[in-house]
Write a protein that binds this ligand. Structure first.
Ligand code: GLA
Length: 378
């Protein structure tokens, strides 16, 4: 990972949201996930330079103003500034003997410790501009990860999608204190139009899988707020890790060994992670062969496992999955993202609209697989 100094340049970064089709609560256990980047996105357009990040957002009342270097991002206000400060702080940690951009005529001029043209940069350069987004915030479509990845690229992050994802995942931890996995950021960095990604979170290897034309993806918001930071996410992760301490890495553990775990709670948690990884492969194969009813059935099985074994569903999400699955033309549905409220993803025939019916005025989006984040130097 390098940090490119584009002082004086104007940049536009577009970072998509993501929806996870299957493979939930497996990423932080080194398991398989299958998300896709979507055609709703966050755009940062800004001039690079100065010693502050100053961005206005079309969806936030207060602008974010972050003085650099940013020492305590989690204390910033308004809250959305924390993501920006945390990304800047992580970029400042990126080591390297010389982070100046060879394409850029002028080396970074900010900072009192500059000693001459050969000076090594001491930190990221600021940004002044705007954030606009078609991604609904707090809907489970990773609007915060999209902002992190967009900010990282605008601030000069220049690395592979896996490097950008690892950096922004650390930023998410700093900003929120929640020990999330790498799925959201990696999908946003590596997305490919027309495809979903099977990501092996143990190796970060990515397999692109074409989405069949006969499959439409819908996201429906249950109306229940999803309080990730205040939720049991960290507790679920800790109990899955405790189970792995007994039987080894859960994705590849022996199923009989999992069933022999004495503690019933750890046994259920382990069973979910193990079986969910197998469902990802089954889902991938079903999409490849165009067997959408089989793919839909695996989504429903995933939801049941999240409800019964991992216990991250809610009665509202269960009801929504049930109602969606009763609609002719819907192949399957499941909660998507961390759970505890938020959204359901459904796989459906493209001929149906999901208008009206049992969903009433619930917010819903038909989403299409999109490319990952990109930067344009204007
Ligand atoms: C959140 C996290 C991801 C992942 C999901 C659950 O979206 O950000 O890393 O753990 O929950 O699959």
């Amino acid at each position: 990972m390098r940090v490119v100094d584009r002082s004086g340049r104007r940049v536009r970064v577009t970072a998509p949201g993501r929806v996870n089709l299957i493979g939930e609560h497996t990423d932080y256990m080194g398991g398989l996930v299958m998300p896709m980047a979507i055609d709703l996105a966050t755009t940062v357009e800004a001039t690079v330079g100065g010693v502050r990040i100053e961005l206005r957002s079309d969806s936030q009342r207060e602008p974010a103003v972050v003085a650099l270097p940013c020492g305590h991002p989690a204390e910033l206000s308004p809250a959305w500034a924390r993501y920006l400060g945390a990304v800047a702080a992580e970029l400042d940690n990126v080591s390297g003997p010389d982070r100046a951009d060879p394409d850029c005529a002028e080396p970074h001029r900010a900072g009192p410790d500059r000693t001459g043209p050969a000076a090594v940069r001491r930190g990221v350069v600021g940004l002044t501009g705007t954030v606009t987004s078609t991604l609904p915030a707090g809907a489970g479509l990773s609007s915060s990860a999209a902002l992190e990845v967009a900010a990282a690229l605008a601030l000069g992050a220049n690395g592979t999608p896996a490097e950008v994802a690892a950096l922004t995942q650390r930023a998410e931890h700093r900003a929120t204190g929640v020990p999330t996995g790498i799925m959201d950021q990696l999908c946003i960095a590596a997305g490919r139009a027309g495809h979903a990604l099977v990501i092996d979170c143990a190796t970060l290897a990515i397999e692109e899988v074409a989405m069949p034309d006969a499959a439409a993806v819908w996201v429906v918001h249950s109306g229940e707020p999803r309080a990730l930071a205040g939720s049991a996410y960290a507790e679920r992760r800790a109990s899955a890790e405790a189970a792995a301490a007994v039987v080894g890495p859960l994705p590849t553990a022996d199923a009989a060994a999992i069933e022999a775990i004495v503690d019933p709670l750890l046994r259920r948690r382990a069973r979910h992670v193990h079986s969910e990884c197998a469902r990802v492969l089954g889902f991938r194969d079903a999409l490849r062969s165009g067997d959408l009813p089989a793919a839909g059935a695996l989504m429903v099985a995933s939801h049941r496992s999240l409800r019964d074994d991992f216990e991250v569903s809610t009665p509202g999400l269960d009801r929504l999955v049930h109602e969606l699955c009763a609609i002719p033309g819907v192949y399957g549905a499941r909660l998507t993202g961390a759970g505890f409220g938020g959204c359901v993803v459904a796989l459906a025939d493209p001929g149906i609209t999901l208008d009206g019916g049992p969903l009433g005025d619930m917010r819903r989006w038909r989403v299409r697989p999109a490319d990952g984040a990109r930067i344009e130097v204007l």
